[in-house]
Design a protein around this ligand. Structure first.
Ligand SMILES: [Cu+2]
Length: 284
């Protein structure tokens, strides 16, 4: 009987291994950003481990139910040292794999960002960020390298109930419209004017709380141009549901063009307002 039981477990294990090989062959769909790719790949790795294990346990359970359904005198398994050592080691290996896989993703600079070396606070960040925006495009195609010298920084102010984005080193400020260049390292430095908010852009795999009197950072690099949606995902009052933002990812050249046009437009608006004020004063 023992031999038959061992045989069942062996066939179950083989079936699960074949299934694992099948799942491993399925590649995750191309991700829109570095962050999304990292999170997706961790999910897949954990699924590769969890799914066969679940199946193995379920198979053994179903086997035991059918095999011993008419057994009026069930006997517990006697002490089996090799079996105990095997499952202890197997469990340790699985836990180690899960721990290492999760740790690798959690400590990745895109998932747990630190202060960019080239971008300080306020005006300091401006030069480097605009420089990055109008740079030669070096670093394009270098997939995950945290190329901070070409990085673009956007200062973000969350408030009840909207998002203000300011592009340091320029006079450009937008509301509920975050414009970013593709294939560029992006640092979104965020703070709140009032209560706790949280910026969540699901398709880019980024989510970060925003606190008053503190700066938190999102670090990303987007591969696919397009329009995404950002939400506040921390309940922040009666207008929370409408605290959304558009996220437009443009090709580098188009982004630089947008920044220039926006800057010119703001300058001319400010210029005409100043002229109006001056003439009002003269008239007065
Ligand atoms: Cu909010």
């Amino acid at each position: 009987m023992r031999r038959r039981r061992t045989g069942g477990v062996r066939w179950g294990t083989i079936a699960c291994l074949l299934l694992t090989a099948g799942i491993t062959a399925v590649e995750p769909a191309a991700a829109q950003s570095v962050n999304k790719r990292l999170i997706d790949s961790l999910n897949y790795q954990l699924a590769y481990v969890a799914l066969p294990l679940t199946l193995l346990v379920e198979l053994i359970l179903v086997y035991a139910v059918f095999r011993f359904r008419n057994n009026d005198d069930p006997q517990p398994t006697a002490e089996d040292k090799p079996l105990e050592i095997t499952w202890t080691i197997a469990t340790a290996i699985i836990l180690l794999f899960v721990g290492v896989a999760a740790f690798t993703v959690l400590t990745n600079p895109y998932i747990t960002p630190t202060q960019p070396r080239s971008a300080g606070t306020g005006g300091g960040a401006g030069g480097s960020s605009l420089g990055g925006a109008s740079g030669s495009g070096a670093g394009m195609g270098v997939a995950d390298a945290a190329n901070t010298s070409n990085a673009v920084t956007v200062h973000t102010l969350a408030y009840q109930w909207g998002w203000q984005f300011q592009y340091p080193g320029t006079n450009v400020t937008t509301h509920d419209d975050l414009v970013l260049p593709a294939h560029t390292d992006i640092y979104i430095r965020m703070t709140s004017a009032d209560v706790i908010h949280s910026l969540f852009i699901p398709q880019l795999g980024v989510k970060q709380d925003v606190f008053p009197k503190r700066t938190t950072i999102i670090h990303t690099r987007v591969y696919k141009t397009g329009t995404y949606r950002g939400y506040c995902t921390e309940f922040c009052g009666s207008g929370h549901a409408r605290m959304r933002t558009k996220v437009r990812v443009l090709p580098k050249k188009q982004y630089r063009q947008w920044l220039r046009n926006k800057s010119k437009k703001t300058a001319s608006t400010n210029g005409s307002a100043a002229t109006r004020n001056a003439s009002a004063k003269t008239a007065g």
